[in-house]
Write a protein that binds this ligand. Sequence first.
Ligand SMILES: Cc1ncc(COP(=O)(O)O)c(C=O)c1O
Length: 462
Amino acid sequence: MGRKEEYPSCQDVLGSKAVDAMRRAQAFLREHTTEQLLELAGHTVENLALKGEVADKRHFPLSFSRGKSCDEDLLTGLGMFYVTQAGKIMLDCVSGHYQMSWGYNHPALTALAAEAVQSGVVWDNHANTPGLPVKMLAEELVARAGGAQSGLERVLLGVATGSVACGAVIKIMLSRYLNDPDCSRLGAPVMVSLVGNYHGTDIVAQAMRGMWKGLLGNMESVQVEPNDPEGLQAAFRRFGKRVAGFWAEPIMMNREAILVQEGFLRLARRLCTENGALMALDEIQTGFWYPEVFLFRTLDLVPDLVIVGKGMTAGFHPLAAVLYRPELDILEQYDALSTNGNASLASLVGLCNLRLIDRDRERLARLAARHREGLSELAASFPDILQRVNGKGLLTGLKFRDRQDAMGFHQAAMGKGLWLRVHAYHPGHRTVLMKHPLVCEESAVDHVLGVLRGLLQERPWR
Ligand SMILES: Cc1ncc(COP(=O)(O)O)c(C=O)c1O
């Protein structure tokens, strides 16, 4: 393997200018308290900027901000804070892209990963020879999902991203339908999903949200408004036993953080059972963000399939999973697999993540309540501009009455150093979204609420 002194260093690979800047910024984040960093959020610290010729985005696709300045790109991060390439301190209120559940480089997870590599845990290997952490994660997932009581005792862990996991569920639903002569005699299978669901970038998942019209000739998809029981009943009345599967995301982080109500999901459960359809809950957003780990465990129902990703490994390495009942174990190994999805190290981080959630159960419940109450107070104080608070726990949306206000507020909040997201690009959408990481502290919750209140009072965008 060569001598250690001969191995390329980080500086050799990234260049000393970049590594020096990263180290300066990382040291800055470590040396300041949360309170000091909150004061600095939105400010640029001159000597933290990465200056001069470094890699840019000229080879990126247009849709990945090709040609745009790199000033706002992340240089380094720690916990809920990150420093941009221009040296600006930002407070990340959406956990990266909703996946960094313990923020950036959490010391417990980074120390565990480093120790694990020293101890011999490998990064990845063939799915036929799974390492111990992968098997242990499967056991833990089944236990957290209710074990024999829920019947969700089979776990597909060989998938790297949520899109591949959702693709596997689509295939299970379709295979089951097509292999049942009673069903396939009825005609093409139908997928029922909710308007605003995402389920990743797989072409069939995209067809289920209205893209690629006419391309998938032998499958129909119907979208129902979330929390519209009549619409749901009408879809099942129309298609009956042709419904192969029903899909819901319990909190629709791809549509204004709408909370899908328990009553609606229970109705879906009943209709699926009556019509022989499979019910999938996509918990890629909600999983690992609540003390119960799976949000469905707080509801009085059990889906047939549950999908998790994102927060499962706290964003450490793409790893996703599907839990289902053993009789749905009908795919062949290579029907649904990412060859880099048998990740021992990522699985170990997932196991540690579960321990951190268990350790912080009460703190997480307190934090979520404080955030939620704060947002409700804002909605009550500014009813002329805010319509309501969506979501649950740390997954929340602030719905505005007017789209321009939502967009102006979002820009103003970014200027104050809060990294938030806004849904305002579809008709009727006008919501600012937050998904605080679990590492968030009460002072950060209060700081965010204070900045939001100030902006709602001053309305500088108007
Ligand atoms: C609800 C939901 N399902 C599926 C996915 C796809 O996951 P991935 O991006 O890991 O492929 C996402 C990603 O944002 C999601 O939010």
